[in-house]
Design a protein around this ligand. Structure first.
Ligand code: PEP
Ligand code: MN
Length: 358
């Protein structure tokens, strides 16, 4: 159910409706839009009696949301969700494209700084790097853990780049939430519902990657898990799905981009690195992703991919990344977007904790 407030409804009226919903034993999710606030109701197994809600002051109407995912749906919020990063001009969603770039894994301080310097110089606003790695083999490099988080925090201080890194489980989630600006939940964990619920209780943006064989509805239901716990700062990421194709690591399902944009207000990024597994395919797929309406790109960049500890073959060189930025900057206006180059950070804004507002 969804309570649509009148455009002129006051904050007190919105508050009173939320209290009434909670009193009925449900959860209220006020989602302010440009025109009006809508309040999602979750926690109800069956129908909510709309009678007394419709009578409350400031209420325009009470409507049923028929889709399985509710808070993630455009029915509840017409405008695109834009996630901003306090004290900076960086954003994910809206008219400007967000570029998240960096190595698959943080391997050591020298490597991470060398790559960060080059992706910052090319104009990325977000730096990615794995600290906790989901590897197919237990014998493969598992990540530097907390040490990598510290290195990335130093990178944020030095270059202003906002930090995106993966949480693998409950334990790493707490650490990642403390150090990073965006918590990544990887493809293999897309349906780890207890992890999603826990991340949903945080007030920090979550980048949710599509599962290896997840349908659009399953993908949005996982976003719904995060949102149902009150975390509305969710970023989706298409990273390729598993098919019979054997020319690429995965099959990039770009057709999910317009489908998601029609059904959901959440931003969606595309990861051409994991989607293809091949360096030479990354730039063409990044171009296509922007042309398809994606809100940005997540891409693996390495200065020495031939000796990378993970995902070297799909990591592009820093000069290729700079070329990608130039090309995407030119494609962006064709689809009504712009590509900001570089991040501006206010002197007082330090980082991760700025975003941890309840
Ligand atoms: C990654 O981003 O490095 C990663 C492991 O991605 P995915 O979860 O999409 O495989
Ligand atoms: Mn990787």
């Amino acid at each position: 159910m969804l309570v649509v407030m009148k455009a002129q409804a006051t904050p007190e009226e919105i508050q009173a409706v939320c209290e009434q919903i909670e009193q009925l034993g449900f959860r209220a999710h006020p989602l302010p839009g440009a025109q009006r606030t809508a309040i999602g109701i979750t926690g109800n197994q069956g129908e909510v009696d709309r009678g007394n809600l419709e009578a409350l002051s400031g209420v325009a109407e009470v409507i049923r949301v028929s889709k399985a995912y509710k808070l993630a749906s455009r029915d509840i919020k017409e405008e695109d969700t834009v996630i901003s990063f306090s004290g900076t001009d960086a954003a994910i969603g809206g008219s400007s494209l967000a570029i998240v770039a960096g190595p698959c894994s943080i391997e050591n301080r020298v490597q991470a700084f060398a790559i960060a310097e080059q992706v910052a110089a090319a104009g990325a606003q977000f730096f990615r790097g794995g600290a906790f790695k989901p590897r197919t083999s237990p014998y493969a490099f598992q990540g530097l853990g907390i040490e990598a988080l510290r290195i990335m925090a130093e990178i944020r201080d030095r270059y202003g780049l906002r930090i995106v890194t993966e949480a693998l489980d409950n334990e790493s989630l707490d650490m990642v939430a403390e150090w990073a600006d965006v918590i990544q939940i990887g493809a293999r964990n897309m349906q780890n519902f207890s992890l999603l619920k826990r991340a949903g209780r945080l007030r920090k943006p979550v980048l949710l990657k599509r599962g290896l064989s997840a349908t659009l509805e399953e993908f949005l239901m996982s976003a719904e898990y995060l949102m149902s716990e009150g975390n509305y700062q969710v970023i989706l990421c298409e990273r390729g799905v598993r098919t019979f194709a054997d020319h690429a690591r995965n099959t990039l399902d770009l057709s999910i981009v317009p489908a998601i944009r029609r059904l959901s207000h959440l931003p969606i990024l595309v990861d051409p690195s994991h989607a293809t597994g091949k360096r030479e395919s990354v730039l063409p797929m990044a171009r296509a992703a922007v042309a398809s309406g994606a809100d940005g790109i997540l891409v693996e960049v390495h200065n020495q991919p031939e000796i990378a500890l993970s995902d070297g073959p799909q990591s592009i060189y820093p000069d290729q990344f700079a070329r990608m930025m130039d090309e995407l900057e030119r494609i962006a206006p064709v689809v009504g977007r712009s590509l900001p180059r570089g991040i501006h950070v206010e002197a007082a804004a330090t980082g991760a904790h700025d975003n941890l507002v309840e």
